[in-house]
Design a protein around this ligand. Sequence first.
Ligand code: NAP
Length: 316
Amino acid sequence: MKLWLTRPLPDAVEARARATFDVEIRPSNMPLSGEQLRQALRDYDIVMPTLGDRFQADVFDDVPDPRCKLLANFGVGYNHIDVEAARRHGIAVSNTPGAVTDATADIAMTLILMTARRAGEGERMLRAGQWNGWHPTQMLGLHVTGQTLGVVGMGRIGQAIARRCHFGFGMDVRYVSRSDKALAFPAARDGSLTELAGKCDILVVAVPGGAETHHLIDEAVFAAQQPHAIFVNIARGDVVDEAALVAALRAGQIAGAGLDVYEFEPQVPAALMAMENVTLLPHLGTAALNVRTDMGMMVLDNVQAFVEGRALPNPV
Ligand code: NAP
């Protein structure tokens, strides 16, 4: 079976892929073009897509009899793949849950701390040669310890963030999720997103992207937040109405925001870039060598199971 890895991957992953499979590795970090998406379905038995590779219904419809039988996604989030359309065309989809959880929670903590304590703003000031020394009222931010955390989507990553905030920073934890959770820390489940938004000092989004959660965080959510509160998104950009976020920041409805993902990634609104109270990271959630290696190995575990006719370890 012919495997297509659509991006260069960490050395250990590429080495295993070359040793085990008939593999082609695409030497580009750009998302697949429309023609390459169709070529993937036409010319390979197994394809590893990732973020930005838009396998939508029209792509599957254009290749009615695909050679491809498995899309082994690199990443836990798969909102770029229309899984139902894939299924209709006889193509299975797998992903890489778990491998990404702690690293993404760490980036949420980075964003919480950087935004609350104005770390980006302070570093920019220092590097610009504008720091004139310590004084008692300089750059006062939000003290994170003991605040109330609100988690939107108490799944693997949401829980990893909440654990860090509760055990590491003594925070009270509240959340909304579709189902009640048995959690290893105290947490109160709110009935609605606006109720949660009004009660917390730090609101973090950790739901999957996709049609169901598109613009889940809208004007009403920001309006419900307290003016000293900060907003953090490590999930997917289009879960947030970015225009509403800009408006809320401009109006002082919230104190700041920390973002790892963007609605029209990799475009970042100039309005956000101009705001000192916003921390902007370039989708770094899982960007650590061992994490990306683990993700790649998980992709290959799914490929191997598929080739050997076993059940996929991580079916979507
Ligand atoms: P997960 O374990 O499936 O957790 C997702 C949670 O969201 C679940 O608790 C689910 O509730 C909840 N949820 C889904 N739809 C909801 C809705 N409409 N309202 C409220 N809650 C909802 O997934 P995960 O592993 O934590 O990953 C979450 C997402 O993070 C991924 O899908 C991915 O897009 C994103 N991510 C980003 C990065 C990054 O680099 N920034 C890295 C990894 C992942 P139930 O449990 O009740 O169904």
